[in-house]
Design a protein around this ligand. Structure first.
Ligand code: MG
Ligand code: MG
Length: 262
């Protein structure tokens, strides 16, 4: 079936930026609190309170029955980790994905942070994953196609020894949390796939694994783990394609930025 891409006006892009900023701020409220001894449920509560206090609503909560405001994916969890009573430990890494709906538009953004001191191996995974995301964003320009972006991200990751998860992908973002097109980050040829066009709003959200890209879904139907038990990380920004290039819609307000500029 042909994809039904909804192109956004400048006004709609500004609405998406407001929703993106709310989600990005809430994400950093949670990320700052991700210290040893804190539970995932506590992080979830902080993000939900921030979103509601600022006039939004958590858009993941209730989405196909998902129970959280955040997806909290610790260590070998790949995506969709349900906020639980798990107590964060020194050395964990946690991917926090946060969504917020504001005035009819959706924000959706993710980053992965270390809990206390983390290993050099984990730190390099996080840095590489974040760079892979920004590399993907650089391809959100008129003249490129999905396959150009996707193959660049995959090559970047694989040259550094990481694998790119296949099953969990980016998407269009607008009045719906998941719109067309599907934004995949692996197994595409340059010069193929949809063309980047002005007015598209996409999420760029590659997931990198230290080991194999293969994943397993837990019996709860949500939690996804790496099949080999090794670490996984994800970063996500929402991006508008403009005539002047990519415009990131999920930056936080400056006072919410994390110490390392995340
Ligand atoms: Mg997300
Ligand atoms: Mg997303």
């Amino acid at each position: 079936m042909r994809e039904q891409i909804r192109y956004k006006s400048r006004r709609e892009i500004e609405k998406l930026r407001e929703a993106g900023r709310l989600a990005a701020n809430a994400l950093r409220v949670a990320a700052r609190a991700a210290k040893p001894g804190v539970t995932l449920l506590e992080l979830d509560k902080l993000a939900e309170m921030y979103i509601r206090k600022n006039g939004g609503s958590p858009n993941f909560k209730g989405y196909h029955g998902f129970p959280g405001t955040l997806c909290t994916s610790v260590n070998d969890l790949v995506v969709h980790g349900i906020p639980s009573s798990y107590v964060l430990q020194e050395g964990d890494i946690i991917a926090i994905d946060c969504g917020a709906k504001l005035d009819g538009f959706h924000g959706d953004t993710c980053l992965t942070v270390g809990v206390g001191q983390i290993s050099e191996q984990a730190r390099t995974l996080l840095t590489t994953c974040q760079l892979a995301m920004f590399l993907g964003i650089e391809y959100c320009r008129v003249g490129y196609r999905l396959g150009d972006m996707s193959s660049a991200v995959q090559r970047f990751a694989e040259e550094r020894g990481y694998s790119v998860v296949r099953e969990y992908i980016g998407h269009g973002l607008g009045r719906d949390l998941h719109e067309d097109p599907q934004v995949v980050f692996a197994d595409q040829r340059p010069g193929t796939g949809f063309r980047m066009e002005v007015g598209m709003t996409l999420t760029i959200e590659p997931i990198l694994n230290i080991g194999s890209h293969k994943c397993l879904v837990e019996p709860d139907g949500w939690t996804v783990r790496t099949a080999d038990g090794r670490l996984s990380a994800q970063f996500e920004h929402a991006v508008a394609i403009t005539k002047d290039g990519p415009d990131i819609l999920s930056y936080p307000d400056p006072e919410f930025e994390l110490e390392d500029g995340l």
